[in-house]
Design a protein around this ligand. Structure first.
Ligand code: SF4
Length: 380
């Protein structure tokens, strides 16, 4: 039993005793009854061939012109000023955006922007753009909601509405790219709403477009997973070498079963083995995300267990003090505890970064997005 588990067994108030979300550990490998993706297909859902049909009455060079405007310049049809006005209008009307902007929030230092979108069936989707000195990163959602039910995550508590289409994923990237200008959007992280590997085909279709058509290298794309082992194995067979981030949060099964319910299906030993295979095959960066929760997973024994796994895999650890989630008793480890946990990992030889909680005041933390706002989108 870990120190954390022992503290809970001692009869102290269990910090995880907040209302349980809808946990669905079937999501990884069994079909869920979901709402179908939004009925309308947006411009970014079209293949090159479908776009060519749409432009059949245009001179041949138009196809390449529109495709490159969409993907290289991330321009919307109304911004494609090199096109005749009636063609711009036709494109806007025939294949309108799949996501409608509901709200935009900008942090006080203007370095973090969060968008809340509504799909054409009303589902809420969130995207975050983070500007750093040396890079600009878009944190993108792959599903509307999430079925994984992680205890500390507002998105997980609200459950899954549906998968996003490749076009809905790409629209988020395009908007972030436009907004980052004149900076170049350099990195994409699939750490927004949803479990990317539970929406595998659509995720991968969007990654291929981002790499091939938007010219953002797969080496700058990170797929985050809470531990869908078959999905990690499948990723290792893909041609493009994306980075893998595993939301670990606990390094023993007793605690992880409680924090991350999918662990009951894919325990840590299986997850570690899949990560080892991914590293061996792809030779890409592997990181573990660790949402540091006060008195839950921040003890010296938690650090030792994490160090053992991370060192064995040559993985980087990102420690993220937990963002507050409405209605939950858990809270992030205070700054002194975060420093102590980091120092313990460093002393054990682990590469560790304490990630700044970007945009806490605008509820912009990746993977802990605001259920309140997404509900508002659905009702808008
Ligand atoms: S932390 Fe990620 S995987 Fe877990 S419920 Fe939230 S969005 Fe889903």
């Amino acid at each position: 039993m870990t120190a954390s588990a022992a503290r809970m067994a001692d009869g102290a108030r269990d910090p995880l005793s907040a209302p349980a979300g809808r946990v669905d550990t079937r999501a990884a490998d069994k079909p869920l009854r979901l709402r179908p993706p939004g009925s309308g297909r947006g411009l970014y859902d079209l293949s090159l061939e479908e776009l060519s049909h749409l432009l059949a009455d245009q001179p041949p060079y138009r196809l390449r012109q529109v495709w490159e405007s969409l993907y290289r310049q991330a321009a919307l049809p109304e911004q494609m000023t090199a096109l005749p006005k009636d063609l711009r209008q036709r494109l806007s009307e025939t294949v309108p955006a799949a996501l409608r902007l509901v709200s935009e929030s900008v942090s006080g230092d203007a370095q973090t922007v969060k968008w809340l979108w509504a799909g054409n069936d009303g589902v809420g989707v969130e995207t975050v753009l983070m500007l750093y000195r040396d890079r600009a990163t878009a944190c993108v959602s792959s599903q509307a909601g999430c079925a994984m039910g992680c205890k500390f995550c507002a998105t997980g508590q609200a459950g899954l509405a549906r998968h996003l289409s490749p076009g809905e994923i790409l629209e988020q990237v395009a908007e972030a790219r436009r907004r980052a200008l004149p900076r170049r959007l350099t990195n994409i992280v699939f750490m927004g709403m949803g479990e990317p590997l539970a929406n595998y085909e659509r995720l991968w279709a969007s990654i291929e477009r981002i790499h091939n058509d938007m010219a953002i290298s797969a080496r700058h794309i990170t797929v985050s997973t809470v531990g869908i082992v078959p999905g990690i194995r499948r990723l290792s067979h893909e041609a493009l070498p994306v980075n893998l981030a595993v939301s670990l949060h606990a390094a023993n099964d007793a605690l992880r079963d409680r924090l991350v319910p999918i662990n009951r299906r894919y325990p840590i030993s299986d997850l570690v083995e899949a990560c080892r295979q991914y590293r061996a095959v792809k030779n890409r960066r592997l990181s573990f995300e660790w949402a540091l929760i006060d008195s839950v997973n921040d003890s010296p024994s938690d650090a030792r267990e994490l160090a053992e796994i991370a060192s064995g895999l040559g993985a980087h650890v990102n420690v993220i003090p937990l963002n507050p989630t409405d209605g939950f008793a858990t809270r992030g480890t205070p700054p002194a505890g975060v420093r102590r946990f980091r120092d313990e990992l460093l002393a054990l030889g682990v590469n560790v970064t304490v990630r700044r909680n970007r945009g806490t005041e605008i509820d912009a933390a990746c993977g802990q997005l605001s259920a309140r706002d997404t509900k508002a989108a659905a009702e808008a």
